[in-house]
Design a protein around this ligand. Structure first.
Ligand SMILES: Nc1nc2c(c(=O)[nH]1)N[C@H]1C(S)=C(S)[C@@H](COP(=O)(O)OP(=O)(O)OC[C@H]3O[C@@H](n4cnc5c(=O)[nH]c(N)nc54)[C@H](O)[C@@H]3O)O[C@H]1N2
Ligand SMILES: Nc1nc2c(c(=O)[nH]1)N[C@H]1C(S)=C(S)[C@@H](COP(=O)(O)OP(=O)(O)OC[C@H]3O[C@@H](n4cnc5c(=O)[nH]c(N)nc54)[C@H](O)[C@@H]3O)O[C@H]1N2
Ligand SMILES: [Mo]
Length: 682
């Protein structure tokens, strides 16, 4: 067969869902490029996906089902047939259902694959089994819950609209790593003489691309927003027409602002009051200032409140009514494209399932109380050993001999090592699906590019295989994924209303369409107003609330890495080498106080665990803050405990979300005595 170029979509967890063109000879992917016809990403793809073929055909890929032969966690397996694997899984699950009911079975997935059917189909199987339900709040749920409380289902700015803003605040987002399509926008704004300002806990990645950087103490952004609004009020830089007529609770909120002076905020944020005042003035003077809010600042005990305050600030000068002005970083569409219930099938469930929050997974797996014990988990599209809080608790839970663990995976991850049975998973190019970008006004259909190698099966096909083995006769589990895609497109929702014939043709053939930007002034709240004060919340009037922090003196934050994506791409030697070893970025002042020099092996510890890293000294983290870039695994670090061993499972104030940036540690030289001796000898 001649080589063919086929259209596809990146399945990973970024706001853009990039359009891809994959060249294939029918058995392998030879090359991957950006799809110039994708209306949002226009041919630009990240360094990771530029050699996606190296991931798809990586040497370590799992190609057959495998049964554990070693101890749990040891990573020794023997190949078995699909029939044998499925028979064993269905047998164990049936036994558990009979003895303890569905609550003893838990699906575990998060964002391994983001296209809709492949990500969510696992729910249909667990709904059918009346299994426990995972509350999936490992990423940005505090931000989205707060966003909805303030503006409901209003679509925020699509990042393409930022071109029209005249002042951009990049507020806690590593744009270079996570939103590369906004990098050219930043460049163009600056070339046109408009300023781009960074507000960050760790400016290492983005400071070089911005005009000015504000390093802020982690979890204190709400104080900065309040002080800025204090100044805007004092200097009459507010949009009174908007605040008086279009919002709920303005007067009550304004009355509280008096105490939030720049001096007050300096104490909390570490940013000099003079700079806060100047920033507020600049924001107030701009015609269409925009705030791009990442999720980092919201992964705190006060993450919902912080988001509410930043949102209020974004509208305080009336920017929401101006082209390019307002807020970017939540859902820009606000309307569903398809009916997800057709994938997840909540109607299969005959009784409400027990809910388990993913951030508390360790606790849930450890618990062995009668009636509460989880006896089986099915992991499909997640790697909790490296991505979820309290790693040691998760490891203790996974080591339980009486826990039957099935992992559907592409590689032998640290989680898969604990499996009793591993099933081989596909890559995105080996499956069909629909996909909506969570950060752009686009929606797409991706068609399978080539057959999966070995015995790999997609999430959908695996779910159907397991459902049939469980004896579920529903026609639903007999569809192909292509038929399910057809079914979804045949039942379009509000987000797809008004598509042209041309759009529908593109969607049916496989491709991405763009829907109109939202009308940002049309607040889709019950009374059509922007809710500054929300009487339905425990704290109706927004105010400053402290993050959790901890007893230790240094705050620990996570930064998404340029070369990898959570624990995805660790199979790629090229990327992993470029990224280098696990480092703890710290301010020279904090390092000096502890006798630490650049490159030294250090141990970060708190009440949960101790983790070893290498120190990297930089003035681009604020004193008192330490930061870690990316997720590593046991093989790369030579140690089982990773950085998430230092994360508490505490939930955020809104959205029951992760607070992974809200932890504290003490840091010291590893093996101080031995190490100092060695250093003296050198
Ligand atoms: N290359 C790459 N791309 C990715 C990812 C990746 O790991 N690598 N991850 C993907 C995923 S899952 C997601 S959710 C998105 C996330 O993309 P974004 O939402 O853009 O980024 P976040 O992970 O939320 O974190 C962004 C920044 O928050 C900063 N930060 C942490 N705490 C604070 C604080 O208290 N205040 C302030 N002002 N800043 C703070 C961190 O230093 C970090 O630079 O990116 C996706 N894209
Ligand atoms: N320390 C630290 N922890 C973090 C973060 C961080 O920056 N630092 N980021 C947090 C964020 S924002 C997120 S979103 C979460 C992500 O949390 P997870 O989704 O649990 O983590 P990933 O590392 O993305 O692991 C996804 C796994 O899914 C597998 N996979 C990919 N495609 C498929 C498929 O089609 N089928 C199946 N069955 N498997 C597939 C991949 O091989 C990979 O092992 O992690 C969070 N945890
Ligand atoms: Mo995420």
């Amino acid at each position: 067969m001649n080589n063919q170029i086929r259209r596809s979509i990146c399945p990973y967890d970024c706001p853009a869902s990039c359009g891809l063109l994959a060249e294939t000879d029918g058995t392998r992917v030879l090359r991957v490029q950006g799809d110039p016809e994708n209306p949002a990403t226009r041919g630009l793809i990240c360094n990771k996906m530029q050699h996606y073929e190296e991931s798809v055909h990586a040497p370590g890929r799992i190609l057959t089902p495998m049964r554990r032969v070693g101890r749990k966690g040891e990573g020794r397996f023997e190949p078995v047939s699909w029939d044998a694997a499925v028979e064993e899984i269905a047998g164990r699950w049936k036994g558990i259902l009979e003895e303890d009911g569905g609550a003893a079975l838990l699906p575990v997935y998060f964002s391994g694959v983001m296209s809709i059917i492949q990500r969510k189909c696992v729910e249909a199987l667990f709904n059918r089994m009346n299994g426990s339900q995972l509350v999936k709040t490992l990423c940005s749920s505090a931000k989205s819950a707060a966003y909805e409380s303030v503006v409901g289902k209003t679509g925020c700015l699509d990042p393409r609209e930022l071109e029209d803003s005249d002042l951009l605040l990049v507020w806690g987002s590593n744009v270079k790593a996570t939103r590369i399509h906004t990098m050219p926008v930043i460049r163009r704004l600056r070339e046109a003489g408009k300023r781009v300002i960074l507000i960050e806990a760790c400016g290492v990645s983005m400071a070089p691309y911005c005009d000015e950087t504000f390093l802020i103490r982690p979890g204190t952004d709400g104080a900065l927003a309040l002080a800025m609004m204090h100044v805007l009020e004092q200097e009459h830089l507010t949009d009174q027409e908007f605040l008086q007529n279009r919002t709920v609770g303005y007067e009550a909120f304004r009355e509280t602002l008096g105490r939030y002076t720049p001096q007050w905020a300096e104490e909390i944020t570490g940013i000099p009051s003079g700079r806060i005042r100047t920033l507020a003035r600049e924001f107030g003077a701009a015609k269409a200032p925009a705030i791009l809010l990442g999720s980092g600042p919201t992964r705190y005990g006060n993450g919902g409140m912080t988001t509410r305050l930043i949102l209020i600030l974004s509208a305080y000068t009336g920017a929401w009514g101006k082209a390019g002005g307002g807020y970017c970083g939540s859902n820009p569409v606000g309307k569903p494209f398809i009916d997800e219930n057709r994938v997840t099938r909540p109607d299969f469930r005959i009784q409400e399932g027990r809910s388990i929050n993913i951030n508390l997974l360790g606790q849930a797996l450890e618990c062995q109380e009668p009636g509460k014990t989880i006896r089986g988990i099915y992991v499909a599209g997640g790697n909790p050993v490296n991505s979820v809080a309290d790693q040691t608790a998760i490891l203790r839970g996974l080591a339980r001999e009486d826990l039957f663990t099935v992992v559907h995976e592409r590689f032998l991850t640290d989680t898969a090592k604990y499996a009793d049975m591993i099933l081989p998973a596909t890559f995105s190019v080996e499956q069909s699906d629909v996909s909506s970008a969570y950060g752009y006004c686009t929606f797409g259909h991706m068609r399978k590019v080539l057959d999966a190698p070995g015995e790999c099966r997609s999430n959908w096909n695996t779910v159907c295989t397991l459902a049939r083995a469980m004896g579920y006769e529903d026609g639903f589990f007999r569809q192909t994924e292509e038929e399910l895609v057809e079914d979804l497109l045949a039942h379009p929702q509000e987000g797809l209303a008004g598509l042209t014939g041309e759009d529908w043709k593109r969607l049916r053939e496989g491709g991405v369409i763009s829907v109109p930007y939202a009308n940002h002034g049309d607040f889709r709240t019950p009374d059509g107003k922007f809710r500054i004060v929300d009487e339905c919340l425990p704290v109706p009037i927004p105010c400053y609330q402290e993050p959790y922090g901890g007893a230790e003196p240094l705050r620990l934050v996570m930064v998404p890495d340029f070369h990898t994506l959570n624990s995805i791409f660790l199979e790629r030697k090229d990327l992993v080498e470029r990224r280098g070893k696990l480092r703890l970025m710290m301010h020279p002042q904090d390092a000096a106080a502890r006798g630490i020099q650049d490159g030294d092996p250090v141990t970060a510890r708190n009440d949960l665990a101790e983790v070893e890293l290498a120190a990297e000294l930089t003035e681009l983290v604020a004193p008192g803050t330490v930061a870690v870039s990316g997720v590593y695994n046991g093989e790369l670090t030579g140690r089982q405990l990773q950085i998430n061993a230092l994360h508490h499972g505490r939930l955020s104030d809104m959205g029951a979300a992760t607070t992974m940036n809200d932890n504290a540690v003490e840091v010291c030289l590893t093996n101080v005595g031995k190490y100092l001796n060695n250093r003296r000898k050198k």
